[in-house]
Design a protein around this ligand. Sequence first.
Ligand SMILES: C[S@@+](CC[C@H](N)C(=O)[O-])C[C@H]1O[C@@H](n2cnc3c(N)ncnc32)[C@H](O)[C@@H]1O
Length: 358
Amino acid sequence: MDREKRAMDKNKIKAFADHVVGDMGSAMGAGLAYVGTKVGLFRAMAGGGPVTPEVLATKTGLQKRYVTEWLKGMVCAKYLDYDPETQTYELPDEHAYLVASEGTDHYVGGLFYSVPMMLGMAPRVADAFIHGGGVPFSDYGSEGVLAIDLMNRGLYEKRFANYWLTTCPAIHERLIAGGHVLDFGCGSGRVSIALAKDFPKSSFIGIDTDSASIAAAKETALQENLTKQVRFECGTTEVLPTDECYDLITICDCIHDLSDPLGILTTLRPLLTKGGILFIIEPKAADKLEDNIHSVGAMYYGMSVFHCMTQSLASGGPGLGTCMGPASMEALTREAGFGHFEILDIKSQTNIFYAVSL
Ligand SMILES: C[S@@+](CC[C@H](N)C(=O)[O-])C[C@H]1O[C@@H](n2cnc3c(N)ncnc32)[C@H](O)[C@@H]1O
């Protein structure tokens, strides 16, 4: 044992120990950021300049002892600035831009929401390592639906019609003139709701197996007065209208989640109109592990184990995982009978976009 220890590089042990403690700090920082998002602390601090715990607790109506400890933790996690002389805390504008910007395409609160909803399942995920199976999507509950909604909503509202779809100009034109769109695995319906506003002459149908997501989607359509233009159905391919074809089928952040990705893509292929496209959005990952060794890769493989892969395996699916990469996607779509596969030239740190057609 001693000989083994002597043979080891002590600096490497020390560096890794630092790394482990740093990871624990990051995990705790993400948890504190979830609380700050959920109870409105970031929102209350945004644009407000330096503040004492007393003033912040009074302003938010929260417990002063908790607020004080949270502020200290968020300073150590480098989310907040601290002035020791005045003992005040400040959320820099550049940080507020990300953490207190609900509804924008730069809001990161959905990521924080995903932390407890995913890690709360860690004991069940560990159990699945031993016994197989997984955790069904519905078991992640309303916070699961909300986290995905918050992660994607701002992007869909601000970028889908105005940027992403402009890379497919013929389809963009068709939707302006009035086309038919299917959003498969629509979740809380934000793609259809956003596109319906930008393309008022087009009609939309969203389909998803999760009843809580569909209920949320229907509620939003009602609130936005879009029920004539947008409809939502709970189920999978069996609830597709038998007499409709689509100029655009979107599958966003979803193919890797499916219980039967090949069967579903094969069923959807004949539903495209001539010249229509299947527009796929997936988490951005490279084909080879060695090209995913960075913070986004670490985040996505964690999300895969704690959510994406696991809920697919729970439904008897292949559990493709969050990082399936373009080569796997191309192989899958070609196996489903699509003839054309293209990676779209869309800039994004976190997503990759494909246009697939007959
Ligand atoms: C990560 S969520 C993405 C939701 C939405 N597309 C978005 O981008 O916000 C994946 C969705 O796929 C849905 N899903 C999984 N398997 C499905 C299936 N076989 N048919 C339809 N929807 C499915 C889940 O219920 C979930 O809402």
